[in-house]
Design a protein around this ligand. Structure first.
Ligand code: KIV
Ligand code: ZN
Length: 387
């Protein structure tokens, strides 16, 4: 990749996201989400784990056949059988990628029962095998953050020499902090021969609520691929949320001068579809896509945004494809917001009429948590009947 300011977005909603307990999606739902991701401008879609099940294999191969713009990746462990199965599924894509991984930390080496030298041989052999099948090979050092730094340099060098084109440095257990996330990428870029020939990826989990911050820190240090999911879906506390990193890069270009290829106006629709098909609702106050993310309820805030939206909004709802109003009517709302809201609903009121409706609106808001458009229309209709 020559443009050093371009950050690739690798979406793993259909693989790591689907690993959230209970988030299983049907074949057609996966295909629909993949097509939406492809249209939105996601650079790489990780469509699944082909060896995991017949269903996963079919989904990855159908997504590979249908994709138009995105690279389609499948996941495989570090063995030939997994890699071959992965290739069988992704090979139909115009731009296929084999993604292979192995746990490199002492804890994970204990599970595979490989000593450090045996692991290097395994990495060399499996990446070479993948590269003989496909030009585009991603290699991940699972639990990279808890891997000894010297050894991490050795495994990364080995994968690069064997032909990996992307090197992923996952924070598998969501343990790192932004400073460490940046240090590790900077160290690898400085110490590993051939590091400037490959793309470094960051893959963060959210166990400490740091996934977005850690991913952005890695980008500041030189990573050029962010692995993420819609709504932050994923194992345990989830993965880096696509909408958060993409909007952070858009809003804070002054501090982070990098671009993605994402059409951000498609974010809200995707978020809602992923919530529906996965059965995982989005929390109300979730950054960017939560129901309340652009709503203003207090009178002071409503008055501010009505006069100058930038007083309390750092991005526009339309930037992520929200077309609804940003005024939430409730007991904290003021007169100015009520007037604007009623005008939107087709009621243009003189001051004395507004005063009257405002009193009754406040009485209603004291009884009811949320005031919907229909409530306001009913209020107006009652007031017309009473005059
Ligand atoms: O979190 C992780 O380490 C992963 C790898 C399989 C890339 O999801
Ligand atoms: Zn993961």
């Amino acid at each position: 990749m020559t443009d050093k300011s371009r950050v690739l977005i690798f979406d793993t909603t259909l693989r790591d996201g689907e690993q959230s307990p209970g988030a299983t999606m049907t074949h057609d739902e996966k295909l629909e989400i993949a097509m939406l991701l492809d249209e939105m401008g996601v650079d790489i879609i990780e469509a699944g784990f082909p060896i995991a099940s017949e269903g996963d294999f079919e989904a990855v191969s159908d997504i590979a056949k249908a994709s138009k713009n995105s690279v389609i990746a499948g996941l495989s462990r570090a063995n030939y059988k997994d890699i071959d199965r992965c290739w069988e599924a992704v090979k139909h894509a115009a731009q296929p990628r084999i993604h292979t991984f192995i746990g490199t930390s002492p804890l994970h080496r204990g599970i595979t029962n490989l000593d450090p030298e045996e692991m290097l041989t395994r990495i060399h052999d499996t990446v070479t095998h993948a590269r003989n099948l496909c030009d585009n090979v991603q290699w991940s050092a699972m639990d990279a953050i808890r891997t000894e730094r010297d050894y991490l340099c050795r495994v990364v060098e080995c994968a690069i020499k064997a032909g990996a084109t992307t090197i992923n440095i996952p924070d598998t257990v969501g343990y790192t902090l932004p400073s460490e996330s940046a240090d590790i990428i900077a160290m690898l870029l400085e110490k590993v021969p051939g590091a400037d020939e490959v793309v470094f990826a960051t893959h963060c989990h959210n166990d400490l609520g740091m996934a977005t911050a850690n991913a952005l820190a890695a980008v500041s240090a030189g990573a050029r691929q962010i692995e993420c999911t819609i709504n932050g879906l994923g194992e345990r506390a989830g993965n880096t949320a696509l909408e958060e990193v993409v909007m952070a890069l858009k809003v804070r270009k002054d501090l982070m001068p990098y671009q993605t290829g994402i059409d951000t106006t498609k974010i809200m629709h995707l978020s809602r579809r992923v919530a529906q098909v996965s059965g995982f609702p989005v929390q109300f106050n979730k950054a960017i896509v939560g129901k309340n993310a652009f709503l203003h309820e207090s009178g002071i805030h409503q008055d501010g945004v009505l006069k100058n939206v930038e007083t309390f909004e750092i991005m526009r709802p339309a930037d992520i494809g929200i077309t609804e109003t940003n005024i939430a009517m409730g007991k904290h709302s003021g007169r100015a917001a009520l007037r604007t809201k009623l005008r939107d609903l087709g009621f243009d009121l003189a001051d004395n009429q507004l005063n009257d409706v405002f009193v009754r609106f406040k009485a209603l808001a004291d009884r009811k948590k949320e005031i919907y458009d229909d409530d306001l229309i009913a209020l107006m209709t009652d007031s017309a009947a009473n005059t």
